[in-house]
Design a binder for this molecule. Structure first.
Ligand SMILES: Nc1ncnc2c1ncn2[C@@H]1O[C@H](COP(=O)(O)OP(=O)(O)OP(=O)(O)O)[C@@H](O)[C@H]1O
Ligand SMILES: [Mg+2]
Length: 281
């Protein structure tokens, strides 16, 4: 390669930015994290973004069900040295990449320094090759879930109007605030019976967060309860593809666009995986 081409390649490499990371989390289980992650991932991939979806909820491993991707291999096969990172990225709809078993990243702690460095380098490459990574976390405020959220550029907290879900969503926001989370906290109210109920739920949480934590919670909107979500899961297709003209699809598209445009564009020092590694070890 000529000297000028080499110089150009070097400049391109330094310009490459790691993917922005959005962690989708909730507090309470069963509020719609996996369906929302999958569908906003599909919407953003369809709009031309290079999107990687990470399933960090090993308990049910259900992103593969919603998106109908085969998930024979996951992060644990990378950690054991049997697969390379690129071999565990499964092709999903609209060009979306899906990686299962991200919750197992904690096992990085058990590896030798050499192995860990190799895997972190591979993971960083994955981050460089995408514009956005969406992490579907497990429910609750375990160390791993909180770690993923703290390492993410932005967090989407999912709640429903139900009192227990509201309390748990607030508990998650409180934990993030206690850790002085620097990213943007967005809230979406899912399975609301009306836009007014969704708005009221958002206001309850954002008012208390502002008053007691001094934290601004961004309004990511409301998703109404819609039987098509479950019907689509049964067809093993994301609802935005199964019912492209349905109101729920328009709402999910609007949510994806809002999260994309309202992204926290603060300066990122290191890639996401390195931040996770720094938090865990
Ligand atoms: N807007 C909606 N309208 C109707 N049903 C919905 C809606 N959103 C999600 N659901 C249904 O709620 C159930 C839980 O959704 P999902 O698995 O996405 O939640 P989760 O938060 O990822 O759960 P977990 O905490 O177990 O990971 C599913 O049966 C799903 O089809
Ligand atoms: Mg889930």
């Amino acid at each position: 390669m000529s000297t000028d081409a080499m110089e150009l390649e070097r400049m391109m490499a330094t310009c490459r930015r790691p993917a922005r990371v959005l962690a989708v989390t909730s507090g309470k289980g069963g509020v719609g994290k996996t369906n929302i992650s999958a569908n906003i991932g599909v919407c953003l991939a369809a709009s031309g973004r290079r999107v990687l979806l990470l399933d960090a909820d090993m308990s049910l491993a259900n992103l593969d069900v919603v998106l109908n991707v085969g998930s024979r291999y996951n992060i644990s096969h990378v950690l054991s040295g049997h697969k390379s990172i690129s071999e565990v990225v499964h092709p999903g709809p609209a060009g979306l990449g899906v990686v299962c078993g991200a919750s197992g990243l904690e096992e990085l702690a058990d590896l030798s320094e050499f192995q860990r460095r190799r895997i972190l380098d591979e993971l960083s490459q994955l981050s460089d090759d995408h514009d956005l990574m969406v992490i579907d976390t497990a429910a609750g405020i375990s160390r791993a879930v909180v770690g993923f959220c703290l390492a993410a550029d932005d967090v989407l907290v999912v709640t429903t109007p139900e009192a227990t879900a509201v309390m748990d969503a607030y508990a998650m926001i409180k934990v993030l605030s206690r850790h002085e989370y620097k990213g943007r906290i967005n809230l979406v109210v899912n399975m609301a019976d009306s836009p007014a109920e969704g708005k009221k739920t958002y206001q309850q949480i954002s008012n208390v967060a502002a008053r007691f934590l001094g934290v601004h919670v961004y309004d990511a909107g409301t998703l109404l309860r819609d039987d098509r979500v479950l019907a689509a899961v049964k067809q093993r297709e994301p609802v935005v593809l199964a019912y492209p003209k349905a109101p729920i699809t328009l709402s999910l598209g609007a949510l994806a666009a809002k999260l994309d445009s309202g992204a926290n564009v603060g300066k990122r020092q290191a890639g996401f995986f390195r931040r996770v590694a720094d938090l865990f070890f």
